[in-house]
Design a protein around this ligand. Structure first.
Ligand code: KG4
Ligand code: ZN
Length: 345
């Protein structure tokens, strides 16, 4: 059973081919970082247009690398939401056109479900249930994952997502875009603790998070400096990274304690942060718990996680309902789509 995966929800065009028995056969990614850099954030219309340019060449590349043709495909998994409407439409248009032409099913995948299940790509034997820390540009959530399609929200951010806070802090510090890797790089040359930032909600008796106050604290700190030297920028970056990762680590431990589970899975772009990984590794070792990360290349948006989620859903016969009921050949997108609305059939 071979599933082609297509991801175009934001600023990465991702395509991958997964084989039910042999695993990931090939994947290809085009990042639009250079395209949006000058604007300091993703410009939706530019994103859609670039997906149009990239998607078919990437699909050809993936098929060639896997030594397959379109005739070998059994299904197509595509990100149907959440994300930018225009960008999502590029992926769903291509997926449904191919599905219609090849007479094979199109599986609509929730982008965050792709992230949640992505650690299974490198650890196919990972057993449910586990706690997932989902930290991306748009989300900071702790979920209890009981199985494919069985997701319970344990805690969420009340405002900005962790990745968003990294991106905004990078902007305040005059670092590049996207902010996460830029702040992490700057932090290497700095020392945390010289300048102090808060650890928002770290001691709250729940699993909720909040990162927008932290960004404001960075702004206050930046304004208080006589000159924003490279050394000060590095110190603020280091302290900021320390603050965010302290909170994420404490809340992850809280989620394990609350659920009584002993496996933590980390997913989403911020999961690529090496300081976060160091802290979680140490904390989990102390608890005798296990922590699983997708390979760094699969932490940020990619087609492999979508193909993988599609293959798992196909294998388990748990196909999510499609976005629209506009007719047998119709399709749609869900720019807003709460993950916990995915119910086990
Ligand atoms: O999962 P992702 O690729 O896209 C979304 O679905 O949002 O996550 C992107 C986010 C961005 O905010 C980016 O700054 C952040 O992940 N990110 C990082 C790192 N690499 C990417 N944040 C901290 N440290 C990193 N190394
Ligand atoms: Zn993502």
């Amino acid at each position: 059973m071979r599933v082609l995966g297509i991801e175009t929800s934001c600023d990465e065009t991702g395509v991958a081919l997964v084989d039910g028995e042999r695993g990931l056969l090939a994947h290809a990614l085009h990042s639009q970082v250079d395209l949006h850099e000058a604007y300091g954030g993703v410009v939706p219309e530019l994103a859609s247009r670039d997906h149009v340019r990239r998607l078919l060449p990437l699909t050809r590349k993936v098929l060639a690398e896997a030594g397959c043709t379109l005739a070998d495909l059994d299904a197509i998994a595509v990100t149907e939401g959440p994300g930018l409407a225009g960008a999502l439409l590029v992926g769903t248009s291509v997926a449904h056109a191919l599905g219609y032409a090849l007479r094979i099913p199109v599986i609509p995948i929730h982008h965050l479900e792709g992230h949640l299940l992505s650690p299974l790509i490198s650890e196919p034997d990972l057993a449910f249930p586990f706690v997932a820390l989902l930290v991306s540009g748009g989300h900071s959530q702790l979920m209890r994952v009981g199985g494919v399609g069985d997701y319970e929200l344990l805690g969420d951010t009340l405002d900005d997502a962790a990745g968003e806070a990294f991106d905004k802090t990078a902007k305040l510090l005059g670092l590049g875009y996207p902010g996460g890797p830029a702040v992490a790089k700057a932090a290497l040359a700095g020392a945390a603790g010289r300048l102090k930032l808060p650890r928002p909600m770290i001691a709250s008796d729940d699993l909720e998070m909040s990162f927008s106050g932290l960004k404001t604290a960075v702004l206050t700190l930046v304004r208080a400096q006589a000159a924003l030297t490279a050394a000060t920028v590095a110190d603020i970056a280091a302290e900021f990274q320390e603050a965010v990762t302290d909170v994420l680590c404490a809340k992850s431990i809280g989620a394990l304690a609350r659920t009584g589970l002993d496996t933590l899975v980390v997913a989403g772009g911020v999961g690529a942060n090496l300081r976060l990984r160091e802290k979680l590794d140490a904390a989990m070792r102390r608890r005798g718990a296990r922590v699983v990360y997708p390979p760094v290349a699969l932490c940020t948006d990619n087609g492999a996680m979508i193909a993988w989620a599609g293959a798992l859903r196909l294998r388990e016969g748990r196909m999510p309902a499609a976005a629209s009921d506009v007719g047998a050949s119709g399709f749609g997108v869900r720019p807003r789509w709460p993950l916990d609305s995915l119910q086990r059939p």
